[in-house]
Ligand binder design. Structure first.
Ligand SMILES: Cc1ncc(CO)c(N)n1
Ligand SMILES: Cc1ncsc1CCO
Length: 223
């Protein structure tokens, strides 16, 4: 990836926040096994809601894509996001003694709701390039976090299952394909649209930090 690629350019808009993500105590706890089961359960429940919205956002990106190859790719990822929610999250929640009703009973918390709403709004009303820039941090940050935590290696088998999914070669291939698609958009976006892409990338990168922070604090609606 050259430093002049569109994806590398976008990454600059989220880079300071990414440094904070790697330092976040939720991720430190996942890696060293000290994260409480309650915080991990909160995360899985909220992430189940998130993935349901993320899947729909990806379906919107697919529908708006001008080329069939990217329609297919994003539609496939939309389908896989539901699969991950059912298999990975469903499986881990079952091991924690929680069923599907726990997800529905909890409902999406404040940070989850804000993040889902932002994704949905931009993917529905922004341009195709803006939609791609908005969903990109979700792929990219989880790949990089997965890799980093794999390197740190968690003593907890439950946490390791999560880490191994996002740190896997399969997920890396998915992310590389999306980065290639992003780079191909670089020549096609003018200055105003480019600036909006940067704003969206920065916003969803912040939401990624906030999502872990909400789980760490088990944040609930204030009223
Ligand atoms: C909050 C969040 N962002 C990104 C991903 C990656 O799919 C996820 N599962 N959850
Ligand atoms: C980004 C992402 N996260 C969970 S599934 C998915 C789509 C590609 O499998």
């Amino acid at each position: 990836m050259s430093s002049s690629s569109f994806s590398a350019e976008l990454w600059q808009s989220g880079a300071p926040v990414y440094v904070q993500i790697l330092r976040h105590p939720f991720l430190a706890g996942l890696a060293d096994g000290t994260l409480s089961r309650a915080a991990f359960s909160y995360f899985l429940i909220q992430d189940s809601h998130y993935l349901r919205a993320y899947s729909r956002a990806l379906a919107l990106v697919a529908a708006r894509s001008p080329a069939e190859d990217t329609v297919r790719m994003f539609a496939q990822h939309a389908s896989e996001a539901i699969e991950v929610e059912r298999e990975l999250h469903g499986g881990l929640l079952a091991q924690l003694g929680l069923g599907a009703d726990a997800v529905d009973d909890a409902g999406p918390g404040p940070t989850t709701t804000a993040y889902m709403s932002y994704l949905t709004a931009v993917c529905a009303t922004g341009s195709y390039a803006e939609a791609v820039a908005t969903v990109l941090p979700c792929y990219w940050i989880y790949r990089d976090v997965g890799r980093e935590l794999l390197r740190r290696s968690s003593p907890d088998p439950l946490y390791r299952t999560w880490i191994e999914t996002y740190g896997s070669a399969e997920f890396d291939a998915v992310v590389e394909a999306v980065l290639t698609v992003t780079d191909a958009l670089g020549d096609q976006v003018g200055p105003a649209e480019r600036q909006r892409c940067h704003q969206h990338f920065a916003a969803t990168t912040r939401y990624e930090w906030m999502f872990w922070d909400a789980a760490h604090r088990q944040l609930s609606w204030p009223v």
